[in-house]
Write a protein that binds this ligand. Sequence first.
Ligand code: AMP
Length: 280
Amino acid sequence: MIIEHDPNKVREQVKAWKKEGLTVGLVPTMGYLHEGHKSLIDRAVKENDRVVVSIFVNPIQFGPTEDLDKYPRDLNADSKLCEESGVSLVFNPQPSDMYADDFSTYIKESGPTEELCGKSRPVHFSGVCTVVNKLFNIALPDRAYFGQKDAQQLAVVRRMVRDLSMDIKIVGCPIVREPDGLAKSSRNIYLSPEERKAALVLSRAVKKGQELVDAGETDGDKIIDQMKALIEAEPLAKIDYVEMVSWDDIKVHHKVDGPILCAMAVFIGNTRLIDNFIRE
Ligand code: AMP
């Protein structure tokens, strides 16, 4: 397995593979890999001749008060997981490899980015779209893999790929959870034992919402109110948002009469966690 920080060398390697007629899958990550990431990697390994995993804590998608500096990192453990999973190349650039001092070109998507996390994290999706674009231009993938854990991100990337006529298939992968229901996340490491227990309100709220939809409830406000009530009963939880939107154009929507996404962001102590469910 190759570990490379230089974007040009990564592109040269991928071009060499393509010359041989091999297909390439890309799994973009911020590292500190867990079984959620591994599920994307496993799928990519199954569907492509070569897989590139990028590990890059992308500074431009973090707001000034967010956790960029303390975001967990462990390149040794990540490389081991990648190697054991059959990855061909780990791309781990430094910020200076990706952004020149006078970097000045950003992608702005203005549809699905407008709601949910786009409201609470104003610079986030422009940072995501810009870095994903760069990763696509460096790794030249046939397919790229994204988790439904970040459902809005998946929708935004799909929109960008369509709008900018990129010849890349975006593959969405289901949420991987801990046995007790908590969605796996690199940020779960921030939680104290007490917060870890409290964090279960997110997956319990997801389950509640799913049960209501299964029982035939179509009133979005009723569904969201009950999910919120469940979260508000937990003293350590503070809701950023719990909302229903249409899937996958991410517009405010109050009725289950087509594909919907119920998404939430909740602070448990200082840690902001997200979770969701989709009904197609
Ligand atoms: P991150 O390293 O958090 O930026 O995540 C990289 C990719 O892994 C994104 O496409 C995420 O949606 C995906 N991912 C993260 N956690 C999970 C999870 N629990 N289940 C499925 N995919 C995940």
